[in-house]
Ligand binder design. Structure first.
Ligand code: CMP
Length: 139
């Protein structure tokens, strides 16, 4: 059943470039409500756990190094059709293929340092949200 929630994190390249505020503004202007948000940093081991599904991929080790190289901003977001609409807002994984006006087109540097993550299903949105937020305060 659709939960109307998705999980995202602003990645180290975008945080260190000072683009978190601009990205959060785009997210809110697109109609997403922020349910939970924090600034944190992953160890390489925690990054490896988060991306365990990519363990066999050639880019896995680099990805874990990159994702633990600086601060990140994970968030849980709410909106009707959240998972699909959010993936439209961020654009293709490779910024070279991302549509004009998408977050990755505007802020991503490469297929790896691609500024932002977006869950690919309701099920993964819940798993990924729980990875970062043990308790969500209700406002
Ligand atoms: P994300 O949507 O967070 O999911 C997996 C991440 O792995 C992806 O964004 C990129 O940061 C990275 N990634 C995916 N494909 C490649 C690739 N071909 N080379 C390097 N990094 C990749």
């Amino acid at each position: 059943m659709p939960t109307n929630r998705t999980f995202t994190m602003i990645k180290p390249d975008a945080v260190s470039d000072g683009n978190s505020g601009s990205i959060i503004k785009m997210i809110e202007e697109a109609g997403f409500r922020i349910v939970a948000l924090k600034k944190t940093k992953l160890t390489p081991e925690r990054a490896g756990e988060f991306y365990a599904v990519h363990k066999e991929r050639p880019f896995y080790n680099d990805l874990c190094q990159y994702m633990s190289s600086g601060a990140i901003v994970p968030m849980i977001l709410e909106k009707e059709n959240a998972v699909t609409d959010f993936r439209t807002l961020i654009g293709a994984t490779n910024p070279a293929n991302a549509d004009e006006g998408t977050i990755r087109k505007l802020f991503a540097k490469s297929i790896e340092a691609n500024a932002i993550h977006g869950s690919d299903s309701d099920e993964n949105a819940e798993i990924e949200g729980n990875f970062f937020f043990a308790h969500i305060e209700q406002f």
